[in-house]
Design a protein around this ligand. Structure first.
Ligand SMILES: Nc1ncnc2c1ncn2[C@@H]1O[C@H](COP(=O)(O)OP(=O)(O)OP(=O)(O)O)[C@@H](O)[C@H]1O
Length: 292
């Protein structure tokens, strides 16, 4: 898919297949084109080039049908503040055409899934940030879709609430729902995604299971070196001369693929702190960008 906004090409040849039943993490820095890709899938935006198929239906041609089949959880909270948690879900159960006879059960199930049964009669403006986010997810699931799109589901939430939501998302996938989730939190992708697509400047630069991506692009281990800027530059040069990728993080340089460091190179590099290679290393090596 290609999507341009004037001079800006937000999505630049994105090519992605999401197999049924997996959680695919679309990982990229701010501005990589994740939200725009999601909006193309829901036909809230139209691609300039390319074709899209969702659950066997071409989009945007059959967008109406597709919207009824998938759940969408937007990045921005757009709950109706003056309605209760239950009423918000009832409105969407109606919009999603859940048959009248099954609506009550659908709403109850969604409330239970989001651990909000006890808050069903509370108005949205009286819920905490974490509860609102859980309700937003529940709202996208009230019609029991086979596919859910989650756009940055935990952005701006504190670590405890984030961990709670991770449990909820993991539960969805365990129940057989296909999840396409965009995130700029590496840890979120590492924990939840079966498969990750690393996105940069509107396209996918690498795709695979987190552990595979790490093995392929960053090796098994890294060694972190601290020191003054001159020394760090020297370490980078030494590592590169031996074909080993490096990565800067403020006052440190990490030498990646540390398992390939020979004893003589180790002598020249000096002491460092060994650690496991991470998906963040992969992202930096492949894109030169950092994500959180
Ligand atoms: N409606 C729009 N009009 C003009 N430019 C846009 C519009 N929507 C997105 N863009 C631009 O397209 C690029 C990709 O934006 P997008 O929101 O898809 O990125 P993202 O990866 O989702 O980032 P974030 O995590 O910040 O949401 C950015 O440069 C953004 O400024």
């Amino acid at each position: 898919m290609v999507k341009r906004f004037g001079e800006v090409t937000a999505v630049n040849g994105l090519d992605l297949t999401v197999p049924a039943g997996i959680c695919l993490g679309l990982l990229g820095a701010n501005g990589a084109g994740k939200s725009t890709s999601m909006r193309l899938l829901t036909a809230q935006a139209r691609a300039d080039e390319g074709s899209i198929e969702v659950l066997g239906h071409p989009v945007p041609r059959e967008a109406k049908r597709v919207r009824a089949l998938m759940g969408v959880v937007p990045q921005q909270d757009n709950l109706d503040e003056e309605l209760t948690a239950q009423e918000n879900l009832e409105v969407f159960a109606h919009l999603y055409r859940v048959p009248r006879a099954g609506r009550r059960a659908a709403v109850d199930d969604a409330l239970a899934l989001a651990h909000l049964t006890g808050k069903r009669h509370t108005r949205v403006d009286a819920l905490s940030g974490g509860m609102r986010r859980r309700l937003l997810i529940a709202r996208g699931l009230v019609h029991r879709p086979r596919l859910v799109l989650l756009d940055e589901p935990t952005v701006g939430l504190d670590p405890q609430v984030r961990a709670e939501l991770w449990g909820l998302i993991d539960g969805l996938r365990a129940g057989g729902t296909t999840v396409l989730m965009s995130t700029h939190y590496i840890e979120e992708a590492e924990r939840l995604a079966d498969d990750c697509a690393l996105m940069s400047h509107g396209r996918v630069v690498a795709r695979g299971a987190p552990a595979e991506l790490i093995r392929e692009h960053a090796g098994q281990r890294a060694v972190e070196h601290h020191g003054p800027p001159d020394r760090l530059a020297e370490i980078e040069a030494l590592a590169r001369a031996h074909g080993l990728p490096t990565r800067r993080t403020g006052p440190t340089v990490s030498v990646l693929r540390a398992e390939a460091i020979t004893p003589s190179l180790a002598d020249k590099l000096g002491d460092g702190v060994p650690r496991a290679a991470t998906l963040e290393d992969v992202f930096v090596v492949l894109t030169g960008e950092t994500v959180e």
